[in-house]
Design a protein around this ligand. Structure first.
Ligand code: CMC
Length: 392
């Protein structure tokens, strides 16, 4: 017992020690294993970034090639998993499908009770990364009634995802280098972000000794919420609403400022970043470049710029130190690539999977790990009398 200190939403509680990702929210700094996000976004593939997060350093050629082989060999889902896909209604949200399927992987794969994912960690980690991609593409294909496409050995992770999404029988989709680069960058920028809601959830579940698939499946559900990963869908829905209703960005901002409206400016604000989100800066620039390279314009990009400008000039946002976050411009890129809006949060989940795996590993390989078990400040009745049903 003793006095419990309340820290609402854990805003100032260090819940763990971690050597994976560093954030300085005041300075807008984000580093994976010490390497600045700007360098990784421009120069690293998603898979080598995943290896950096999970295993602690950038891979050499042999390590890269070993992991790449593991990804390819473990990409296919057990054929019985098809039955799970068939069970979902066509209206099922892709995040519900993803979390259920990630959890189901374990039931199909690990037949030998001794062979836990903790003992065969590298293979399980590669398998989970490859299979989240397969599940996402397969659920899209089954939704639109097309046969699934298998990954190709000659393509990298991002290219393979696009191939599995958009290839049709007898016609393989070939991503342009600009599109492949933009998607790779999107995935790298989402790969980890220390103790965000979903990652803390993964660690929480892992701390009880649960397996990696169960832990990551819980993370997918945490990410789904509109205040977390669901915000990337929310941004596009908001921009589209502004476009279709013709409401002026400033009037929309005024609606947000009126707390009674219950409307938040999606893609704005962050618990840790107080001056800018470095990921948003990179993505804004990347969205511009991608649309240029594809020779397309998107009216939503212009609206996004206007909304951003109006918000930044407004005292409500300035005084609360609210700036665009990673979700503000990412949807423009996903839209240009052709990803349907209801899959945006799934894209975030595919990107975040290496981070979840790295944090699972940090928890599960720590012999001194205690179970996560926060306390509370109790606000209920002290002592109540039990009443017979007839008197209630
Ligand atoms: N629009 C309007 N007001 C906001 C917003 C927003 N987007 N974000 C924060 N505020 C206000 C909030 O109402 C509060 O005002 P007051 O002090 O008058 O009560 C003040 O700013 C402080 O906000 P908070 O809710 O205490 O901040 P938090 O650290 O608890 O929440 C957040 C952080 C990201 C959940 C929040 O900023 C938010 O809801 N943003 C919109 C959803 C969003 O874009 N989420 C994505 C986050 S980044 C990546 C990810 O995790 O997916």
């Amino acid at each position: 017992t003793g006095l419990i200190t309340l820290d609402d939403g854990y805003a100032n509680t260090g819940s763990c020690q971690s050597a994976i990702t560093f954030i300085d929210g005041e300075a807008g700094i984000l580093r994976y294993r010490g390497i600045p996000i700007e360098d990784l976004a421009e120069r690293s593939s998603f898979v080598e970034t995943a290896q950096l997060l999970i295993f602690g350093r950038l891979p050499n050629e042999a390590q890269r090639s070993e992991f790449r082989t593991l990804l390819t060999e473990n990409a296919a889902l057990h054929r019985d998993m098809r039955k799970h896909f068939d069970g979902f209604p066509v209206t099922a949200h892709p995040m519900a499908i993803l979390s259920a399927m990630v959890n189901a992987i374990q039931t199909h794969e690990v037949r030998d009770e001794e062979a836990t994912d903790r003992q065969h960690f590298k293979q399980a980690a590669a398998g989970l990364m490859a299979k989240t991609r397969t599940i996402a593409a397969a659920s899209y294909k089954s939704h639109i009634g097309q046969p699934i496409a298998y990954p190709r050995y000659d393509l990298n992770y991002a290219e393979n995802f696009l191939h599995m999404m958009f290839s049709v029988p007898y016609r393989d989709y070939e991503a342009t280098p600009e599109v492949a680069h933009a998607l790779n960058m999107f995935l790298v920028l989402h790969a980890d972000h220390e103790q965000n809601c979903s990652t803390s959830t993964v660690r929480m579940v892992a701390s009880s000794g649960a397996n990696m698939f169960a832990s990551v499946s819980a993370g997918v559900n945490a990410l789904w919420g509109p205040l977390h990963g669901g915000a990337n869908m929310g941004v596009i829905e908001m921009l589209d609403e502004i476009r279709t209703t013709g409401i002026k960005p400033q009037d929309y901002i005024n609606r947000v400022k009126d707390k009674k409206s219950g409307v938040k400016l999606m893609g704005f604000g962050h618990r840790v970043y107080r001056n800018f989100d470095p990921r948003a800066r990179i993505l804004k620039d990347a969205a511009d470049k991608l649309l240029d390279a594809m020779h397309i314009t998107d009216p939503l990009l212009d609206i996004a710029r206007e909304v951003e400008q109006a918000a930044l000039a407004d005292d409500y946002f300035a005084s609360r130190r609210l700036y665009p976050n990673v979700d503000f411009y990412s949807g423009i890129i996903l839209r240009a690539i052709g990803i349907p809006v209801d899959m945006f949060t799934v894209m975030f989940a595919i990107g975040r999977t290496p981070g979840w795996i790295a944090h699972f590993r940090e928890v599960s390989e720590n012999p001194a790990q205690r179970i996560y078990r926060p306390r509370q400040v109790y606000t209920g009745a002290q002592l109540s009398e039990w009443q017979p049903r007839s008197e209630r």
